[in-house]
Design a protein around this ligand. Structure first.
Ligand SMILES: Cc1cc2nc3c(=O)[nH]c(=O)nc-3n(C[C@H](O)[C@H](O)[C@H](O)COP(=O)(O)O)c2cc1C
Length: 355
């Protein structure tokens, strides 16, 4: 195997290994995939303003996020159906995140139960991503399962009242097989049957409103982060309705094509909510320098999606962990070269708009 030196190498290798159906599902964006590309390319419109002569002998990437001490401000984003990337799926991802020293966010649409994933890394902090089902009883029992298995926060995804139109999926016609089982769907449907992702999403409630956010935040017994925020206005509403954190996200360009790159949305959200809550961002992070830009623009941490999925596809838990390490090492180097000894030293003055 050629040496895999960066996230793009892992992406290429994963594309060689995966079957066309799952590959299209993992890689796809909505519509023309403009937002998908923008998420990545928008980082190139920010330049770094390093400060020099600051004694950077000791550089750490460690950071505390919502009370959790992490090896780096890099968290594993929730992603569905991971056993179609690698037979060990979410269990391997959980081991990777745990041994790296970060949080794994488990998707509602996982191909493993919250308990199995918790058992794979019992000491690691973990978050649970929630899709709200039309059937309230199902949603309640999913949240209870996550609480019982020691998940420490709920990441409530609010940008998917409908499933984005992803033409790559339509072209391959990939159907999610009934095995491996998606426990949440099996509970909602009685039993799994082979069907499309679009059909699965018909179980998710399009009626979700701010009242529900408030209800979930007050009943969950866990902090709730609202994921999928695109505007200052909604960020303020999220805080007013009980969010403990905000994830600026466009679902990796998979929902509404035409929305801005998340890194360009982050500043207005940070400005709107100030220091009230932690603001996280995901979408398009492929390099350690991207993490520096996100920190400079006010993110407490970033989530990464596809990069760790490519790592998982290439080499299971080891591959996913290696990708996290690559990003961490790139981040450490970028911090040192920017004159920062830790993520806490990064300020707004460390970036400028590219001219
Ligand atoms: C294959 C795949 C599946 C995803 N599944 C979910 C999901 O179940 N729930 C969710 O909130 N977000 C989901 N997302 C969105 C990610 O959590 C995250 O927002 C996005 O991947 C970040 O962009 P990046 O892939 O460029 O890092 C998914 C993304 C991908 C690529």
């Amino acid at each position: 195997m050629d040496e895999l030196l960066n996230v793009f190498d892992y992406e290429r290798r994963a594309a060689e290994l995966l079957q066309p159906g799952p590959l299209a599902y993992f890689a796809a964006g909505a519509g023309d995939e403009w937002t998908l590309r923008e998420n990545v390319s928008a980082y190139r419109r920010w330049t770094l303003r390093p400060r020099l002569l600051r004694d950077v002998t000791n550089v750490t990437t460690a950071r505390t996020v919502l009370g959790e001490d992490l090896a780096a401000p890099i968290i594993v984003a929730p992603m569905a159906y991971q056993r179609h990337a690698h037979p060990e799926g979410e269990v391997a991802m959980s081991r990777a995140a745990g041994s790296f020293g970060t949080i794994m966010t488990l998707s509602t649409m996982a191909t493993a139960s919250p308990a199995e994933v918790a058992a794979a890394a019992p000491d690691a902090p973990r978050w649970f991503q929630l899709y709200v089902f039309r059937d309230e009883g199902i949603t309640r029992s999913i949240v209870e399962g996550a609480v019982e298995s020691g998940y420490r926060a709920i990441v409530l995804t609010v940008d998917a009242p409908y499933f984005g139109r992803r033409e790559r999926d339509i072209r391959t016609g990939w159907l999610i097989p009934d095995e491996p089982v998606v426990p949440a769907l099996a509970a909602a449907l009685g039993a799994m049957s082979t069907t499309s992702v679009t059909e699965h999403f018909k179980l998710i409630s399009p009626a979700l409103s701010w009242r529900d956010v408030e209800r979930i935040a007050s009943q969950a017994r866990l902090p709730v982060l609202v994921k999928g925020i695109h505007t200052a206005e909604d960020a303020v509403l999220a805080v007013e309705h009980g969010a403990a954190g905000i994830v600026v996200s466009n679902h990796g360009g998979r929902q509404l094509d035409g929305v801005a790159a998340t890194i360009d949305t982050l500043p207005e959200v940070v400005e709107a909510v100030g220091e009230d809550v932690d603001v996280l961002v995901d979408g398009g992070i492929r390099r350690g320098v991207d993490v520096v830009v996100a920190l400079a623009l006010g993110a407490r941490a970033v989530l990464v999606g596809r990069p760790v999925l490519w790592g998982l596809a290439v080499d299971g838990a080891d591959g996913a962990e290696r990708v996290l390490e690559l990003l961490r090492d790139e981040l450490a180097l970028a911090l040192g070269l920017c004159g920062c000894c830790s993520p806490d030293d990064v300020t707004r003055a460390h970036v400028a708009r590219a001219v």
